[in-house]
Design a protein. Structure first.
Length: 102
């Protein structure tokens, strides 16, 4: 696992290692609009997780997930955590929240 100082560095580093697609969080899945692809919990693994805390506001807390599908599609998901994290299905929440964070 790498040690990134901020979200921008994490995204650049992950992109340089092939995590080129952007995923959006939906209640039941992760979605990649550019590929018209939906990944359900059984369709992907979280390979790396990086958490970042805002300097001045708890609203700035974010987490970057490196995602790899079972077919080999690699991308990133950026999400809030803490009080402002979105509501998810239990399966998707377990997949994302039960990962080791740096």
């Amino acid at each position: 696992m790498r040690d990134y100082q901020n979200i921008v560095d994490a995204l650049k580093g992950l992109k340089s290692r092939g995590f080129i697609y952007d995923f959006n969080l939906k209640p039941f899945c992760l979605e990649c609009a550019s590929l018209q692809l939906q990944l359900h919990p059984e369709d992907f693994e979280v390979t790396e997780v990086y958490r970042f805390e805002g300097m001045s506001s708890p609203d700035d807390n974010s987490v970057v997930y490196a995602i790899k599908s079972v077919e080999g599609v690699k991308g990133v998901l950026v999400d809030a955590y803490g009080a402002y994290a979105e509501a998810l299905t239990p399966g998707l929440a377990a997949k994302l929240r039960n990962t080791n964070a740096s």
